[in-house]
Design a protein around this ligand. Sequence first.
Ligand SMILES: Cc1cc2nc3c(=O)[nH]c(=O)nc-3n(C[C@H](O)[C@H](O)[C@H](O)COP(=O)(O)OP(=O)(O)OC[C@H]3O[C@@H](n4cnc5c(N)ncnc54)[C@H](O)[C@@H]3O)c2cc1C
Length: 424
Amino acid sequence: MENITVIGGGAAGMMAAISAAKSGHEVLLIEKNEKLGKKIYITGKGRCNVTNACDFDEFQRSIVTNSRFMFSSLRGFFNDDLMAMIEEAGCPLKTERGDRVFPVSDKASDITKALERILRELKVRIRLNTEVKELIKRAPSNSDSEGSFEIRCEGKTGKPEIYLSKNVIVCTGGLSYRTTGSTGDGYRFAEEYGHEIKEPVPALVPLTLLENDAKDMQGLSLRNIEIRISPIRDEKATIYSDFGEMLFTHFGVSGPVILSASSYITNALRDGERFVLHIDLKPALSPEKLDERILRDFSENINKNFENSISKLYPLKLIPVIIKRSGIDPHKKVNSISKKERERLISVTKDLSFTITGTRDFNEAIITQGGISVKDINPKTMESKKVKGLYFAGEVLDIDAKTGGFNLQLAFSTGYAAGRYAGE
Ligand SMILES: Cc1cc2nc3c(=O)[nH]c(=O)nc-3n(C[C@H](O)[C@H](O)[C@H](O)COP(=O)(O)OP(=O)(O)OC[C@H]3O[C@@H](n4cnc5c(N)ncnc54)[C@H](O)[C@@H]3O)c2cc1C
């Protein structure tokens, strides 16, 4: 019988297997794909933003769901521990803008290779192409006082395989990018033992918009803009605000600030709530300064039509939308544009707004929000409070964070805790 079996060879599962083996246990790692860490290969656009090098408080603030639950496992294995482990395994790292940490090689595969090297050194047994179908807790007997788990699997050829294990760590991931293997199996295993599942919803996901003029700007990327999200019923209230980059697409908007914003509204969108996206196109300029800037541009184009006088102020694809929304006649000569009209132009520039109608689906979601409720999980050990010897780690749990390397660290820290305490 195995002492510890880890189900799922993603970030959380590899780390759980490593820390369990480091604690002296014999470990079996079961993965249904033909290789480990399939999702890691596509992280950070193939470069893998493996963690974020910010301090502990900043890290906690970047967790969107259940940051208090994460306190203990992050303290036990934080970004510096992870970075040291990966570098010692032969993969040098570098820190970029926003404390984002990447392999120096810019190759996500080097992160997986480093983790595989450690697994090999620690002699973790790995079963690839093996899908866990059922997880059964057997009743205690004379020879097995605490009861063990029967793990029923199916090999690539459909051949059934059964493993027995004292402890099981479930690291099967969420529901996003299913082709990488995360198909929600862990939710089923947990539910069978009475765990509550918070409804999984796509997060860090592009947003769909109502207005058609958004589609006209498809392909337009905006830098150094500020966004603010408010509920449609109270446009003054702010649910989320951020500064950075975004992108218009054929369905709505995407890009870093939009993905991060999505995590704060995805649940409510599901419940039918609507939100407003406010874009400040010139956050560095107060309305007064912006007016001065507009007047300067107008004075340089004194005999031109309005539509031909604002190309310095806005990207080309934005101009028709700005003109339409400002209500200023595009053929009007700039020297006859009134102060009132300029005020409308300033208002549109500082608050170009769109109605958010929903999110794209799991196929485009960086992570899954929701999952196994943490109220029944011990935050120090990751053990189920309902079933002894059963542990959960990674995205399968109801934990998630903003973009920037935080989500992988959540998977690594919870995986490390589960491996460290399983079998104690
Ligand atoms: C496109 C994209 C880019 C991303 N970029 C970043 C980034 O740069 N930085 C960052 O921090 N986060 C990023 N993330 C998020 C991050 O990748 C995940 O949060 C993290 O990988 C979750 O790790 P996990 O081990 O919990 O789950 P997963 O990585 O999903 O691993 C689960 C594993 O379990 C296996 N499995 C599932 N069911 C079974 C079963 N029944 N039997 C056997 N095996 C099973 C799966 O095949 C899979 O290998 C990105 C995500 C995506 C989709």
